[in-house]
Ligand binder design. Structure first.
Ligand code: GAL
Ligand code: MG
Length: 996
């Protein structure tokens, strides 16, 4: 080949040239060479030239003698756009070139299509024969050409599955020059319109590999569990490459978890295709609760009995089937407590490390997550082995998404949708499915193959689903997109939907459904979100055909960037001057991009718990919802709190079978005092697990077992000093000042220390959360922001030490707002805040007041839910107790700065300085409060955290109630009615301040 055949790029029917057939990713070695010697990582620095588009490509760059002396060096693997060339671009449904170049599928942009030319020299590795030298690229985005020593080797598309080539014809002992041309956009890009950062380049590992003379090229292990769930037929199908037609034998040995040999198969003569069978009794089954794995060792010997190759594969016996409209694993209905997960790292994009993968898996196990959907492409292969080992169910998803070819399009026509019924795409679509299945098929954790995401419906995906079924009958097939096109409803074995609200899921389940239901995406967790999660998880108790769902999503996709002051921050779409872009929409994670768990994760952990614990005045009830695990694996801890302080604790063990419940008496007597008593029972690991140490809590239940009766505070009044413009209230060791012209309390003083930086005022505002923007709450609520900023006093009235202040909120004449202060001699005062609405019901972000304190009041202590932030619709994962932290700890770093740090179910809160002076705020009724270093308006105006002011104050926002965060989706779903702050009639709220 002389000229580079650019035409491959836009031909959907050319998605590979000379690429080796996809095959299983098993480990193999010989008596003389380890796996690592047979497969040699080529990661490192490659010569690099960045061309803005194909026109700038040096067409002879791959030829022998080409001088690449002036080229740069680039790190492999990595995304070109994170290594100094061009910009990452974040777009959701639109294609990256939307509004930039007008192209229709399968064409590619001509101006905006960066190309990376890579060159790299190597010698034939030690132990390699020239006639058995291959190369494997685990992931290249989105298409590449390959040359060795000036000769064309091949071409490949599909960013997320391996591309392997045989280098044998052109390889030399020394001084090989490998050239790779990576093109950012190809026809394949039409199939890669996932909602993620768009990059290009060689971003996963590259290996040179060789194979023994007789080599297992592909292996399909089929551990078929029989109906009695005790016996199994192990069937192993091999495809063997034996170029020299040597004589040889193949057999396998099977070891259990203790490394005890339990089976040796027959020995068969080596031929191209061989199947070995074995029958087994009393097998241990694999499931996510008890991920029992066996080790299979396959050996090929020559006719003298010398070992030629050994293959090692962990296998799991499990039976997954659709029976009576239910998905059953080993005969039991399972419920997916799942998450969607993009591969992401805040510095390296989708070039994530093995440590990242392990961290993610451990994080899932620690938070009771039992399933992952590899949204929306096959992941690095390490993930699947870890899911086998740690016990996580997997939906493995093919790299197919064509969202922008059919959404936001008027006059949608089947012929314009990719792939729909258009046969030109069929080859590429099936190829993507095939590459995934062949690589991943030996992993017991994968229960379901997915046809991709958001690619509409149609015949081609239906064909893909049948391809899966015909290739592998041990799994089911998933595809959500049939909801758009019911012509091919059978594409999906289960009814899978995204973002259906709980009531709509119920409707489906109550109307004689044909298929069990899962939400492949739900509880869109953008920013401060994830409310009302339990409304979904409870469905699993009510409807057997509800089999769980996958939260959107596991980790924020955000990338470290530097602002003009050199400060690092986590950047989203648009921050890289990427246009067009979808701004913050890439951040929907339960885990922040720096791999810190967000407060949302706590709610997930609670909602996904497998053992439920309830405490009331009389009993503890424990429900074991596991299918296979007895609770004797755990240790239970109890704690009795008296007014928030632990007065008793202990431990007990419980032998409770899966799928059963038990009621226990309270473990201790409750004292007869006027105090609040709270009992907490936690379930913790008894022994170390590979993912966490003994003692780690997995579930808890808490109940107020006895309430305290609130004693009305009747105290002597304070002294009052009526000045011209001020009214002073003198208490025993403290004083307050009310400034008439502004109509607000602007001083609280004790021991010559001033507590107030900015006066106490009605405050109904919260910095908009992403959901508030999506559902237009912000637009609807805007008047409450104005009221919070600009409310002014209309009158005041003093009666002894009682001060009444009325404010005009300028919202509606029908809304009256009044503060009533009562000052008491014993360094206390109360504030009763009344709102009265004589008009129609309206709702607001929060019913409360706020003030600022000097920043040396930097300590917070509270009795309520904690230690992390909670909201009315997201507080179940937080225990009631007494907690302490620093003001700055209360800021949660959502990508888009927004409302955060709230505390619910408060009995009291204290804000103090390091000498112990400060305010204690308490109330007869539970209340809410946040204490932050910023005002809601400052938070709202900041684009990212780095735009916030330096810490110079303590902002206290005390509320009777704050609106919930919402939890269904971020593009319109309202906060559920019970979590709104509704104003109808008269509403009032009384809190006490104690000045110390
Ligand atoms: C879904 C989609 C995801 C993501 C999410 C919004 O429609 O499948 O990839 O875009 O919405 O964050
Ligand atoms: Mg999409």
């Amino acid at each position: 080949m002389n000229n580079i055949k650019f035409e491959y790029l836009k031909d959907p029917e050319v998605f590979q040239i000379n690429r080796l057939n996809a095959h299983s990713d098993h480990i193999y070695y010989t008596p003389y060479m380890k796996y690592e010697d047979l497969r040699i990582l080529q990661n490192g620095n490659f010569k690099f030239f960045y061309a803005k588009n194909l026109n700038e490509v040096k067409q002879d760059f791959y030829k022998e003698g080409f001088d690449d002396k002036d080229w740069d060096l680039i790190k492999v693997p990595g995304h070109i756009q994170l290594l100094g060339y061009g910009n990452p671009q974040y777009v959701n449904t639109m294609y990256p070139w939307d509004g930039i170049e007008d192209i229709k599928p399968p064409n590619i942009p001509s101006e905006f299509n960066p190309v990376g030319l890579y060159a790299y020299e190597f010698d034939l590795p030690k132990g390699f024969q020239k006639d058995a030298a291959f190369i494997c690229f685990e992931g290249v985005e989105s298409a590449f050409y390959l040359w060795l020593n000036g000769e064309f080797i091949g071409y490949s598309e599909d960013t997320f599955t391996p591309s392997e080539f045989d280098l044998s014809s052109f390889i030399k002992e020394k001084g090989n020059r490998l050239c790779i041309m990576v093109v950012r956009f190809s026809s394949g890009s039409w199939l890669e319109d996932q909602d993620f950062f768009r990059f290009s380049g060689i971003f996963r590992d590259v290996y040179l590999y060789t194979t023994p003379k007789i080599h297992i090229y592909d292996m399909f292990v089929k551990p078929e569990v029989l109906e009695d769930l005790k016996k199994a037929e192990l069937k192993c199908e091999f495809e063997i490459v034996n170029k020299e037609n040597l004589n040889g034998f193949i057999y396998f040995k099977l070891y259990d978890e203790n490394n005890t040999l339990i089976k040796v198969s027959e020995k068969l003569k080596v031929s191209k295709n061989v199947t070995l069978n074995a029958s087994l009794d009393n097998i241990n089954l694999w499931n996510a609760e008890i991920p029992y794995l066996y080790k299979l060792i396959v050996e090929i010997c020559d006719d003298k009995g010398e070992t030629i190759e050994i293959v090692e594969q962990k296998i799991g016996f499990r039976r997954f089937e659709m029976k009576d409209k239910l998905m059953l694993l080993n005969g039991k209905r399972i419920v997916f407590k799942g998450v969607n997960r993009h591969e992401f790292n805040a510095r390296y994009g989708r070039n994530i490390s093995k440590e990242d993968i392990l961290w993610d898996i451990k994080c899932m196990k620690k938070n009771n997550i039992n399933a992952v959907r590899t949204s929306h492409y096959p992941n690095q292969k390490e993930l699947y082995s870890l899911c086998d080992e740690y016990g996580i169910y997997v939906i493995d998803e093919a790299n197919i998404e064509t969202h922008g070819t059919w959404s936001f399009i008027k006059d949608l026509k089947y012929e314009n949708i990719v792939p729909c019924d258009n046969e030109v795409w069929k080859g590429a679509v099936i190829d993507r499915g095939n590459s995934m299945v062949q690589r991943d098929k030996n992993h017991p954790s994968i229960l379901i193959w997915s046809c991709g995401n958001e690619s509409f419906g149609g015949k081609v995906l239906y064909d893909l689903s049948n391809f899966y079924r015909n290739t592998d009958n041990s799994r089911l097939v998933h595809y959500e997109g049939v909801a758009n096109d019911r012509r091919y409803n059978d594409t999906s074995d289960m009814e899978s939907r995204m973002y259906l609200k709980p009531q709509h899921i119920k409707e489906y389940l109550e109307n004689n459904p044909e298929k069990p239901y899962i939400s492949c995406e739900y509880a869109h967790s953008m920013g401060n979100a994830c409310g009302n999660l339990e409304k979904y998880t409870k469905l699993a108790d009510e409807y057997s055909m509800y089999q769980g769902g996958f939260i959107w999503d596991f980790i924020d996709q955000a990338i470290y960037n530097k602002d003009p002051n050199g400060e690092e921050y986590l950047a989203t779409g648009g921050d890289f001057f990427d246009r067009p872009n979808d701004a913050y929409f890439c951040g929907n994670g339960l885990v922040f991009a720096d791999r810190k768990e967000s407060p949302k994760m706590k709610e997930v952990k609670f909602a996904y718990r497998d053992v439920e614990i309830f405490c009331d005045e009389n009993y503890i009830t424990i429900i074991n919802k596991n299918n296979w695990l007895n609770t004797d694996k755990y240790e239970f801890h109890f704690e009795l709190l008296e007014n928030g302080l632990i007065i008793k604790k202990g431990k007990f063990l419980l032998d409770l079978n899966p799928q059963s419940r038990k009621t226990l008496d309270l473990p201790c007597a409750i004292p007869d005092k006027n105090c609040e008593y709270i009992l907490t029972v936690s379930m913790c690991l008894k022994e170390d697990e590979i993912w966490e140490k003994a003692g780690y809590e997995l579930s808890f239940g808490q109940g107020v077992v006895k309430k305290a009766v609130f004693k009305e505070i009747v105290e002597k009044s304070s002294n009052v000093i009526c000045g011209n413009e001020n009214i002073g209230f003198k208490m025993k060791n403290s004083s307050c000042l009310y400034f008439k012209p502004i109509g607000k309390l602007n001083s609280i003083k004790s021991n010559n220390k001033e507590f107030i930086l900015s006066e106490i005022k009605p405050d109904f505002w919260r910095a908009p959360i992403d959901n508030d923007l999506g559902n237009k709450n912000t637009y609807k609520w805007a008047k409450w922001k104005i009221a919070s900023l600009y409310a002014f006093k209309t009158k005041e009235k003093l009666e002894d030490s009682k001060l009444y202040v009325t404010y005009d909120l300028n919202i509606d004449k029908q809304i009256q707002c009044e503060f009533l202060y009562e000052f008491m001699y014993e360094n206390k005062f109360s504030l009763t805040f009344t709102l009265e609405n004589s008009g129609e019901l309206i709702d607001m972000p929060a019913f409360g007041f706020s003030f600022e304190m000097p920043s040396f009041f930097s300590n917070v202590k509270w009795y309520g839910r904690g230690p992390f932030e909670t909201y009315q619709d997201r507080k179940h994962g937080a225990k009631i107790g007494i907690y302490e932290n620093k003001v700055a700890d209360n800021y949660t770093d959502y990508l888009n700065p927004q409302e955060c740090g709230n505390k619910t179910d408060l009995r009291f809160i204290e804000i103090t300085d390091n000498e112990g002076s400060g305010l204690r705020i308490f109330s007869e009724d539970l209340f809410e409060c946040s204490v932050l270093p910023y005002t809601s308006h400052e938070i709202e105006s900041a684009h990212h955290k780095n735009n916030l002011p330096k810490q110079s104050k303590t902002v206290v926002h005390v509320c009777k109630k704050k609106c919930g965060v919402g939890g269904d989706d971020a593009w319109g779903a309202p906060v559920h009615p019970e979590y709104l702050v509704n104003l109808e009639g008269k509403m009032s709220f009384k809190v006490y301040f104690e000045v110390n």
